[in-house]
Design a protein around this ligand. Sequence first.
Ligand SMILES: C[S@@+](CC[C@H](N)C(=O)[O-])C[C@H]1O[C@@H](n2cnc3c(N)ncnc32)[C@H](O)[C@@H]1O
Length: 252
Amino acid sequence: MNNIKSTSRRGVKKPGRGVGSASTNVTQDRMGDGVQNETVFYSKAENYWREVEPTVDGMLGGYGKISNIDIDGSKKFLQKFLGQGEGKTGKGCALDCGAGIGRITKRLLLPLFNTVDLVDVTQEFLDQAKVYLGDESKRVENYFCLGLQDFIPQDRRYDVIWIQWVIGHLTDDHLVEFLRRCRGGLRPEGLIVIKDNVAYEGVIPDDVDSSVCRELALVKSLVTRAGLTIVCEEQQMNFPDEIYQVHQLALR
Ligand SMILES: C[S@@+](CC[C@H](N)C(=O)[O-])C[C@H]1O[C@@H](n2cnc3c(N)ncnc32)[C@H](O)[C@@H]1O
């Protein structure tokens, strides 16, 4: 990955929105660590996603071509933790957060877990997920249409909670609170995985989709505030040079 492009804060594209560069405009609704006017921040994001086509390309901001590499990297990462025996994560139920049309559910989670739940703020994507997942959708138990800032996972329900390309849509405080609630939603030896873009330095706002991209140190500090420990961390390799670095963090 090309840190110079990240450092310049210009021309860094990202799966999730992709086509435009990450904007450096700081508007009235966003300052400093993230957000000044939460209502505007969340409603702008909802409006943005409502206009996005419900396809893999739409989910990845025009970078549908990297989906296979992404899923392969996720599978390798996750499989380190799954299995039987002490300390191993079970394969019962997974939660896909900010699931969109179920790109990750289809290729990563349903092949590994007995059942999967999806949560996303965009109803149209969840409707499309039922079509996109085809026959396998019978192993999806719940489609929750809700912002993660409001979502409360059921206590001790999940072996894995997968959170990909969505943390930038939460304020710092909401992300910490959400991660705390996720802790409560884990079964014994359960695992939370965050996989997301990281900025080379600081916090980079995106006024088009109403999100922020945080530097890795900040993401880690929010994880720690949530009372979680990073048990494994890896950078996703083989993505195009022009996009942000993507890191995956396994948390308990
Ligand atoms: C970049 S897409 C990623 C979708 C999926 N994680 C993937 O990798 O294919 C971001 C998703 O987050 C959802 N989203 C945006 N803000 C959200 C929020 N506050 N709570 C839950 N989902 C949100 C959007 O509807 C969209 O489906």
